[in-house]
Design a protein around this ligand. Sequence first.
Ligand SMILES: *[C@@H]1O[C@H](CO)[C@@H](O)[C@H](O)[C@H]1NC(C)=O
Ligand SMILES: *[C@@H]1O[C@H](CO)[C@@H](O)[C@H](O)[C@H]1NC(C)=O
Ligand SMILES: *[C@@H]1O[C@H](CO)[C@@H](O)[C@H](O)[C@H]1NC(C)=O
Length: 256
Amino acid sequence: MKFNISLLVLAIVLNNVRCSTGEFSPTSNHRFTPEAVIHQLSEQIRFLIRSGDIDNGIPVLDPYEFQWKQLNLGVEQIFSADVNITKAKATGLGNYKLQHFDFSKNEISIAVNIEIPLLQFNSEYYELNGSIYEAIPIKGQGIAYIEVHNTSLWGKIYLKQSEDGKSILLDKIGEPEFKIERIVSRTQFDNNIDGVISSMVEELLADYLTRFNNYIATAYIDKIVGYLNPTLDKFDNWNVIAVLLVDNQDNGGADN
Ligand SMILES: *[C@@H]1O[C@H](CO)[C@@H](O)[C@H](O)[C@H]1NC(C)=O
Ligand SMILES: *[C@@H]1O[C@H](CO)[C@@H](O)[C@H](O)[C@H]1NC(C)=O
Ligand SMILES: *[C@@H]1O[C@H](CO)[C@@H](O)[C@H](O)[C@H]1NC(C)=O
């Protein structure tokens, strides 16, 4: 068992000892509130994002660094581009805040609102070749530098048990939405209209993405679920959720 469940349970128990003003009984189920369990899961995820897990093939995601990557970006017919990126670094993912969540025992779902204060991306050199509406060609190259300020994410995460019964998998994510407050770009484009592009990005891109967020999120969400599940399958942590599904459990009215 790679995911350290006993540590997790210990942390939950300690957390509840600290939070509890009344008597504490380690055998009573009702101390495993959805709040405590989900907060601990969230901290485990943050730790994974910041430290990675070599045994399970999870790279460090904050900071996420790479020497070279070829990407194919696309949003249906709106935008598509081939991008080559050299010596890049992305930071900020690990600073996410779990603003609000609601656990439903009946659906085995968690409705969440997550905020990421600041995401930063830079690369020493990039080359982009693409088009807008398959009609307007765009090309760019040079240094890339982008800041994404105050991203909010919403969705209802439906969980399911893996076939061997050991892991928490994602079933689907319902009603995915996001909102971006501001995008700041100091990306070189063609050395002629870099300033124009940067201010267009700053004035239009965050609003544009936010306006079409539903469409964009829906287009990508199944891919994200499909991408995450093989990794989640490596962690034997379904018993964390099982604790919350016990009947006759007082979970503080958070169930709905
Ligand atoms: C990206 O790199 C590959 C391999 O070096 C090259 O064939 C391709 O043309 C490059 N694409 C862009 C958009 O620069
Ligand atoms: C860029 O795109 C155009 C048209 O889509 C294509 O003809 C050209 O080969 C591409 N160049 C690179 C470097 O990928
Ligand atoms: C995010 O929003 C908060 C509150 O509105 C603001 O104080 C903060 O400066 C913003 N952060 C960034 C990185 O823009």
